[in-house]
Ligand binder design. Structure first.
Ligand code: NDP
Length: 235
């Protein structure tokens, strides 16, 4: 059987890195994209994959990344994150711009550019890691939740637009996962980040990666539209 290629954005850490390991174990050739080249190189060596630097907020970087991707059967749109936790009346526009550029336009740029290769593969699959924040709201979260709502809408539209094509579309919707996400959100404030997970056991990056791999390894006529997963104690 020919080896299928999986492209993972945000593969240098957290859910993306765990997903790369899991898909490599499942037999995929993994193409790893993110900004931190040193982390990508180490993971490429471990997974026998290909490391390609990628900044999803930069159209030239995305174009050069996509040019170097030889083929693509599975695209995991995972690069993303959050900045700050301000109420709407105190919203920081730089934080909003970062989240919309990364989570929404970043997903658009990569997906749009790789769709021809996904269709040409004859068995393409777009898997997007959105969030329960893309399906609800919480105080202080409007910048992040609005970007994740938009990312989810963009992703779900693909399902409608590509029904006639050999492309599957799966949305992974996690609750709290313990990664660098919260430390990055609070600009390196580890104490504040740790408070996010107080009182319950969060998901691990590997928990999410297992589910991504499960979706990616179903027979090609099976489309898992949306998978919501949360820590047991998270509402
Ligand atoms: P991490 O902060 O651990 O990882 C984020 C990844 O995104 C890194 O690999 C980072 O790589 C990459 N990234 C960030 N900006 C860019 C960019 N401009 N271009 C390319 N890559 C970028 O967070 P998680 O693993 O937790 O998050 C992964 C996804 O899961 C995100 O979309 C997040 O919104 C979502 N999610 C996370 C949850 C959580 O609780 N952790 C819950 C639900 C969803 P680098 O810095 O090297 O570029």
């Amino acid at each position: 059987m020919t080896t299928r290629t999986a492209v993972i954005t945000g593969a240098s850490a957290g859910i993306g890195a765990a997903t790369a390991r899991s898909l490599a174990r499942a037999g995929f050739h993994v193409v790893l994209g993110a900004r931190r080249a040193d982390k990508l190189e180490a993971l490429a060596e471990e997974t026998s994959g290909t490391a390609l630097t990628l900044d999803v907020t930069d159209a030239d970087s995305v174009a050069s990344f996509v040019e170097r991707v030889p083929e693509c059967h599975v695209l995991v749109n995972n690069a993303g994150g959050a900045k700050g936790l301000e109420r709407v009346d105190e919203a920081d526009e730089d934080h909003w711009r970062w989240m919309w550029e990364t989570n929404v336009l970043g997903t658009l740029r990569v997906t749009k550019s790789l769709l021809p290769k996904l269709v040409a593969s004859g068995d393409g699959h777009v898997i997007t890691v959105t969030s329960i924040a893309g399906h609800g709201v919480y105080p202080g979260g409007a910048g992040y939740t609005s970007s994740k709502h938009a990312q989810a809408a963009l992703h779900q539209t693909l399902r409608a637009e590509h029904l006639g094509d050999p492309v599957r579309v799966t949305e992974i919707v996690p609750g709290a996962v313990q990664t660098e996400f919260s430390v990055n959100r609070f600009d390196g404030d580890a104490d504040r980040a740790a408070k996010v997970y107080e009182g319950y056991q969060p998901l691990t990056a590997e928990d999410v990666a297992d589910v991504v791999s499960f979706a990616a390894t179903r027979p090609s006529h099976v489309n898992l539209d949306q998978i919501v997963m949360k820590p047991r104690a998270q509402l």
